[in-house]
Ligand binder design. Structure first.
Ligand code: SF4
Ligand code: SF4
Length: 295
């Protein structure tokens, strides 16, 4: 089993378009995991059927039993997070503000407060339009523990991969270098970095590479919109050479990206030349992984 994680230091580089196109091309070999749980959108292009749903349980939240509460106001006074408000009729808990510390439960003499687990998101197991399986998730607004949710998505995807006897887990990761990205990198065989010629993209690519270096995760790169700033492309290539990161493809700017997205299609379905590019890219990724294995 091999895990290929598609990442970009910043949003807007075309990462998800490329991950979705690879998902269509490599359908027979893969299970897909959408680990961009804070802003999941791979499902918009891959049309999953949301066949199975599981709850994602996060941290604790306080709950008041109105039948027992005598409205003494002690809990409101001690909550440091200002999650409790009281009027003449009832106590209200603001679930977004509540940190689940349990202090209010301790001070309530009436034992009217209990902590309960809260649902912070949903995890779905689906079949996408190509017939491959996909595990994806949705974090509730204000939901926490996105790293833990990513781990849940990956674990379910790995189980499907084993059951279906397939070789590759294709992971669409989150932008940035935060907790969900670190979680999506656990067990990664190879990272596909998607960047574009912009100062911010190069700066974020460098930060992401620092993270990969720390985790000793090998990477390859593609430059999207490679014809919009020649000087910046040269700087990206210089950085890739310094760090021995192979450049697998350079993709010129093309309105077809937008047209495909507007029509709810992946680039590999929409445009023949992009389909060929993705077939070559997928073969290149597999070759890298198997070469690494043979060393
Ligand atoms: S401390 Fe208990 S009894 Fe007093 S207002 Fe809060 S929930 Fe009600
Ligand atoms: S559990 Fe903690 S944060 Fe939540 S309402 Fe009670 S005191 Fe406030």
């Amino acid at each position: 089993m091999h895990e290929i994680v598609v990442l970009s230091g910043k949003g807007g580089t075309g990462k998800t378009s490329i991950a979705a196109s690879l998902a269509m091309i490599a359908s027979n070999d893969i299970v897909v995991a959408d680990c961009d749980v804070d802003a999941a959108n791979l499902h918009l292009l891959l049309a999953p059927d949301f066949a199975v749903t599981h709850n994602f349980w996060g941290s604790m939240v306080a709950e008041v039993d109105d039948d027992v509460c005598n409205l003494c106001g002690e809990c409101e006074k001690i909550c440091r997070f200002e999650a409790i408000s009281l009027n003449e009729k009832m106590v209200r808990i603001n679930e977004i503000r509540c940190e689940g510390c349990g202090y209010c439960e301790k001070v309530c003499k009436e034992r009217a407060i209990n902590l309960k687990k809260r649902i912070c998101g949903k995890v779905y197991e689906s079949t996408i339009k190509s017939g491959a399986s996909m595990v994806h998730a949705c974090l509730e607004p204000g939901g926490e523990n996105s790293g833990k949710l990513v781990a849940m998505v990956k674990n379910e995807a790995r189980q499907l991969l084993n059951n279906q006897n397939k070789d590759y887990l294709l992971v669409d990761g989150a932008p940035g270098i935060g907790c969900p990205v670190v979680s999506s990198l656990s067990g990664a065989s190879l990272v596909l970095l998607v960047t574009e010629p912009a100062l911010t993209a190069l700066s974020d690519l460098k930060r992401l590479y620092q993270l990969l270096e720390t985790l000793s995760t090998p990477a390859v790169c593609i430059i999207n919109k490679c014809d919009i700033d020649t000087l910046c492309v040269e700087n990206i290539k210089k950085f890739l050479m310094e760090k021995h990161i192979p450049l697998l493809a350079e993709i010129p700017y093309d309105n077809v990206f937008t047209h495909a997205m507007v029509n709810g299609k992946t680039m590999s379905e929409f445009d023949e030349k992009f389909k060929i590019l993705c077939v070559n890219l997928w073969e290149g990724l597999k070759k890298r992984i198997n070469k690494k294995k043979d060393i």
